[in-house]
Design a protein around this ligand. Sequence first.
Ligand SMILES: [Ca+2]
Length: 254
Amino acid sequence: MTELNGQLTIPCSAETGVEFTNTQSSDVTFKFTPSGSFSAASFLPDCTAAGMKDFKYQSVMTYPNNTSFALLAVSKQTGAVVAEVGQETTLVLKPGETLIFIINDVPNCYYDNTGSITLNWSGEAQQPRSGILQVAANDLSGTPWTNLANNSVRVQFTASGQWTYNPGVGMHGAGGHPRYLNAGRGYRMTGRPEGALIARRGNGSYEFVGQQGVLTVAANEKISLTINDDEGGVQGAGFRDNQGVITVQWNVVP
Ligand SMILES: [Ca+2]
């Protein structure tokens, strides 16, 4: 699981708040922990991120349905208040989703506020359940796929499209060339079809995938999808003459 963390400062005089975006390519569970205090007006006692309950001008706040002077998380996309962040708060953000952290004050009355709230945050990227990859026949390093979870997962890979490890024998699918089922010396996986889709494991060993296969991928393991070819050019041109790209749909399965 990818560990993320950092700190934001929310100046209490910031009428437009401070933006926070999930820049990861998967859903992330974030934990936000506010600290510090500020002054919203000289005639009021200092406030924390929890704000001030039962403030008598509650109805004229920017967000009248939320606690006066509380730290709010507002969705940039919808404008709706997602949560009051008066204490440690856990929120899940989709890729690219943005929150605006802002103190709930009266519009045009932010300018006299002093102090700021410190917001410590930590996040854990969630394992997506499916996706699509492209694997190019001439890419020596292959297309990576990483298990972000802290446990092993079973992943089904289903290939479509055509490629070739040797233009002299024509294009073929991810199952490999139907006439050359028993790759010899120099190939990444000997004894398996030439030109088949295979996976290089985190430990450097290879596993067969073909047109469709299920691999058990260890916690945090990074595998690479690639073609079964003669990598060092022992028998031919190696990866230099390879052509085509196949599409691989992947799904986490039980
Ligand atoms: Ca080749």
